[in-house]
Design a protein around this ligand. Structure first.
Ligand SMILES: Cc1cc2nc3c(=O)[nH]c(=O)nc-3n(C[C@H](O)[C@H](O)[C@H](O)COP(=O)(O)OP(=O)(O)OC[C@H]3O[C@@H](n4cnc5c(N)ncnc54)[C@H](O)[C@@H]3O)c2cc1C
Ligand code: FES
Ligand code: FES
Length: 505
């Protein structure tokens, strides 16, 4: 299915977002905000949501970034991508985070120039949690604020927010307000946000000690159960995700820790007996299994406790995105899309695809994948699930792998798009990754191949000599129905060698 028609507007300021939401409220289907689109676009495609107006937040660079907020807290802009938080010190720059209340005024992150404690915002817990979220292409687009606003109880950020006594800054038609994480999550996909309010930034206390443990069926899946343990100035927090409609704290386990108990078995027993761990059953796991896993994850968290700031983060595969690197390998600011007025109906758009400007006519609801295939004849971009899961539609936008089924064509204007057709040289010579797929039997029917190849091209741009486990993790967001995974991993390893990186075993 495809999304129902909607008008699209890309405001440049928070005030304009609030105005657009107010105007959209009078329309039949109302207005909805679009951040990374990694949860919303599948809902639109399945017509579980059918807003009349989509208010695109992606032209608000002021909401993207991380800054120290006093000595013991960090403030994260709502538009900060999951991938931004994998890298510490943070490479997201140019953000003027709105810091309401006590701190007042604008903060800049450490690549900015000013702000209290700028540069001291590292928080390894964030890097560890981020690497559990989806896959490279999901982390490149999905946002911190979008995840909190979506409030999936199996997601990582809501549990981290609760474990760090988060305070969420919310802007709306009346004065800005701050909501604690404890009050923010109301239930499954339900929050304290009104339809005309947006989340702008979030303040998290920096833990003195922390641990993050998760059980998922496959790397990159939502958690079946997860446990975050933190020691804050205000005391210990033991938070479970995936057991109820919201993340939940376990006060009995926290009381034991506050009293000095550190034995993993004692904390596990407290979690197992806690009413908060009264889990639900679904097709993935029974309540009894979830409860048992919650106790086990709490025990592991206790064994795995790490000191707070200063400890080396556990990094995922994308240490820093290729789009965020200049030739000297220094972090630079990724380009931000520009604001646009409200647009509806059939529009003329110009896309920069494989180095050429291509004109197309499309509606705001048309995905980049559909426009590439149906209007520009670039049928190498394949469609499988149209929900962001299979990776067949992966293209590169400004060097980042992106699901083109979850990106609207109007969002891609002004960006550099690379499809599989753009990889070969002008003389038709295959790209080394394509050549390796051919040599190493990395394809059978070939349906998944363009997505795998582009994901691998990004991996080798960021990590020239990946190990086989790193290759497997990087490709875990791409599915091959012919199950030719061994040949695919062989191909990427071989391409790394022929491109000068060399296989790392
Ligand atoms: C294949 C796949 C795997 C995934 N795996 C995981 C996973 O393992 N863990 C995980 O946590 N997530 C996972 N996700 C979801 C991903 O993290 C999303 O990025 C996230 O849930 C929503 O963030 P977004 O920026 O994409 O928001 P969007 O999809 O753009 O928006 C989601 C909702 O939040 C609202 N919203 C967005 N921003 C704001 C704001 N600033 N203020 C108010 N409302 C706002 C939107 O209106 C919408 O209702 C996965 C997604 C996919 C497709
Ligand atoms: S991820 Fe886009 S079609 Fe499957
Ligand atoms: S080669 Fe057939 S789907 Fe992967």
């Amino acid at each position: 299915m495809k999304p129902a028609p909607f008008a699209h507007v890309r405001p440049a300021t928070v005030a304009e977002v609030v105005e657009a939401l107010a105007a959209g409220a009078d329309l039949d289907g109302g207005a909805k905000m679009l951040a990374g689109g990694q949860s919303l676009v599948p809902l639109l495609a399945m017509r579980l949501a059918a807003p009349s107006l989509l208010v695109d937040l992606n032209a608000l660079p002021s909401l993207r970034g991380v800054a120290a907020d006093g000595p013991d807290a960090v403030r994260i802009g709502a538009l900060t991508r999951h991938a931004d938080l994998l890298v510490q010190p943070y490479s997201v720059s140019g953000a003027d985070l709105v810091a309401p209340g006590a701190t007042g005024g604008a903060l800049r992150n450490e690549n900015g120039l000013t702000g209290p404690g700028a540069g001291a915002g590292d928080m390894p817990l964030l890097a560890e949690a981020a690497r559990w979220i989806g896959h490279t292409a999901i982390r490149a687009r999905g946002t911190f604020g979008g995840s909190l606003a979506h409030a999936d109880p199996n997601a990582e950020w809501p549990a981290v927010a609760l474990a760090c006594d988060a305070e969420l800054a919310v802007a709306g038609p009346s004065a800005e307000r701050t909501v604690t994480a404890h009050r923010f999550f109301h239930g499954l996909l339900q929050t304290d946000l009104a339809d005309d309010e947006l989340l702008t930034s979030v303040r998290l206390a920096r833990p003195r000690a922390w641990a993050f443990t998760e059980l998922a069926r496959r790397h990159g899946d939502f958690a079946l159960v997860l446990c975050v343990v933190t020691e804050l100035d205000a005391g210990w927090r033991v938070v479970l995700g995936g057991v109820a409609g919201t993340p939940v704290r376990c006060p009995s386990a926290e009381a034991l820790l506050d009293a000095g108990e550190r034995h993993p078995a004692a904390i596990a027993a407290a979690v197992a007996a806690a009413p908060e761990a009264e889990a639900f059953s679904d097709l993935h796991a029974s309540a009894a299994y979830r409860r048992a896993m919650a106790a086990e994850l709490a025990a592991r968290a206790l064994r795995d406790l790490r000191p707070g700031p200063g400890a080396a983060p556990v990094l995922g595969t994308e240490h820093v995105s290729s789009a965020a690197l200049d030739p000297q390998n220094r972090a630079v600011t990724p380009p931000s899309p520009s604001a646009s007025p409200e647009r509806a109906g059939t529009l003329a758009v110009t896309l920069n695809v494989n180095g050429r400007h291509r004109a197309a006519a499309c509606e705001p609801r048309h995905t980049l994948a559909d426009v590439l295939r149906e209007q520009l004849g670039l049928t190498g971009t394949h469609l499988g699930c149209e929900q962001g899961v299979c990776g067949a539609c992966t293209v590169l936008i400004d060097g980042e792998p992106v699901r083109s089924c979850l990106t609207f064509a109007v969002q891609a204007e002004g960006a550099a798009i690379t499809t599989i057709e753009g990889l070969a040289g002008p003389d038709g010579a295959l790209h080394p990754v394509q050549d390796a797929f051919s040599r190493c039997h990395g394809l059978q029917c070939g349906y998944c191949t363009p997505g795998f190849v582009l994901t691998a091209v990004h991996l080798l741009a960021t990590e020239p000599a990946p190990t086989r486990p790193v290759i497997r993790e990087a490709l875990s967001g791409n599915l091959c129905r012919c199950t030719g995974y061994t040949g695919i991993v062989d191909a990427v390893e071989s391409a790394a060698g022929s491109m000068g990186g060399g296989g790392a075993g």
